[in-house]
Every structure is written in structure tokens, then in C-alpha cells.
Design a protein around this ligand. Structure first.
Ligand SMILES: Cc1cc2nc3c(=O)[nH]c(=O)nc-3n(C[C@H](O)[C@H](O)[C@H](O)COP(=O)(O)O)c2cc1C
Length: 216
């Protein structure tokens, strides 16, 4: 018999093994997860960082465009290069973090589209329309940044997003060749619960359901 496995077969097998995350998993990734400013004295192994980006890459992007790029600042020297770009209040947070990731995007992501989305080569559409390329790269790299944070939590890491910095300064310092642009930074490590303030209420908790979720 020829091997007649289809992509759907492996998903059926998966769904026979697991139907949903359990409550502890949901707590880990969402309900109990926090943004940390202090960190345990515990380094993040390179193998964990590798596992992290090998996991987050599976999150969906439009036309499978994958414009996000991740740059890890692991040494004190590398983090120090980011300091002049930071808003003052974020300097100690970045310095204290075991690892800081620059969530960036490739402004010429469309070069890879013929291989990433062979069903239809739309690279010319982006090449001839820089505004569309920019908004697509920014939107999808933001999504990939979110996948990055959730993948980190799924692996037992903690995160703290950082958007309080001057993107142009980070870009000049790290992406002088001009092709990549920074989106936001993400501190990574194992969080220290000492001094955590209570978790902030979410907007939807303040609203009537009709204001955040309704049928039109
Ligand atoms: C994209 C992004 C940017 C953020 N920028 C900053 C920042 O510049 N400085 C900071 O201290 N926290 C920053 N945060 C952390 C948020 O303030 C924090 O996630 C939010 O208050 C919710 O807190 P919680 O995760 O502990 O519930 C950022 C978070 C995200 C996702």
C-alpha cells in the first residue's frame, strides 16, 4: 500500500491524544502569568532559547509571510548597547533581565514569499508598495512577538514586554545595514515574585459584555 497519509491525518492523531490544554496550562500561559521586573538568579540556557524560537515560528502570519526576526541580547555588553535607546524607567529592567530579545521585522520579508507561500507569488505587490510592505511586516511581527511571549510562558519562562524606547536608536545600533527594524523588546528569564504588585484589572472586566463582544 502506498503511504497515503495526508496533513489531516496527523492532526486527527494529535486530537486523539489531546483535545485542549488543561487548567494548569491555561494558568501558566494566561491567568496567573505576570510581567516581571525582577528575576531569579537563574540563567536561560541557549537550548531553551532555541526551543523557544523553534516553537513560536509555527504561529500563523498573513500569507505565511513570517516577517518577524528575533535577536537575543544575552551578555552584559550586548544589553549595554541597548541602554542609550531606553526610556529611563526601563534601564534597570533591561539591565536586570537575564536575556533581552529584540522583536524586529525584515522590511524586505517578501523576498522569501515565493518559497513561504508558493500557492501565489505576491512578492511583487509588496516590492512595489512600501507602505503595504511596512504595515504587513509590522502587523505580523507584532503577532509573532505575541507568539514569542506565549511560547516562552509555555516553556516555563517569564517575560516583560518593553516598548518604552526609541526604535530609531535601537535600529541604528543593531541594524545599521537598514533591512531590519525593531518592533518591541522582550525581557526573558525566570521571574522573581518579590515585590510584584497585584495583577491589573483587564479592560473587559470593566465593561458590559455588549461593549467588547457582540453579534452584529
Ligand atoms: C508590547 C508591550 C510593551 C510593554 N512596554 C513596557 C515598558 O516599556 N515598560 C514596562 O515596565 N512594562 C512594559 N510592558 C509590560 C506591561 O505594562 C504589562 O504587561 C501589563 O501591565 C500587564 O501586566 P501583567 O502581565 O503583570 O498582568 C509592556 C508589555 C507589552 C506586551
Amino acid at each position: 500500500m502506498p503511504d497515503s497519509n495526508t496533513p489531516g491525518d496527523s492532526i486527527k492523531t494529535l486530537r486523539a491524544r489531546i483535545q485542549r490544554l488543561d487548567s494548569a496550562g491555561l494558568d501558566l500561559m494566561f491567568r496567573e502569568a505576570r510581567s516581571f521586573k525582577k528575576w531569579q538568579d537563574r540563567s536561560v540556557e541557549p537550548t531553551v532559547l532555541q526551543e523557544l524560537y523553534e516553537l513560536m515560528k509555527f504561529g500563523p502570519t498573513s500569507q505565511n509571510s513570517n516577517p518577524g526576526r528575533i535577536f537575543f541580547l544575552c551578555s552584559e555588553e550586548a544589553k549595554e548597547r541597548a541602554v542609550p535607546a531606553l526610556h529611563e524607567g526601563n534601564v534597570p529592567k533591561v539591565k536586570a533581565a537575564p536575556v533581552v530579545a529584540i522583536i524586529a521585522y525584515d522590511t524586505e520579508f517578501y523576498e522569501y514569499l515565493p518559497r513561504l507561500f508558493p500557492a501565489k507569488d505576491t512578492s511583487g505587490m509588496y516590492r512595489s508598495n512600501p507602505d503595504k510592505a511596512e504595515s504587513t511586516a509590522f502587523r505580523n511581527s507584532s503577532l509573532q512577538g505575541a507568539y514569542f511571549m506565549l511560547a516562552a510562558r509555555a516553556l516555563g519562562l517569564d517575560v516583560n514586554g518593553i516598548s518604552g524606547f526609541h526604535n530609531e536608536k535601537i535600529d541604528v545600533e543593531f541594524f545599521a545595514e537598514g533591512r531590519c527594524k525593531s518592533n518591541f523588546l522582550c525581557c526573558l528569564g525566570y521571574g522573581d515574585t518579590d515585590g510584584l504588585h497585584p495583577k491589573g484589572v483587564r479592560a473587559w472586566t470593566l465593561m458590559k459584555p455588549a461593549r467588547y463582544c457582540r453579534n452584529f
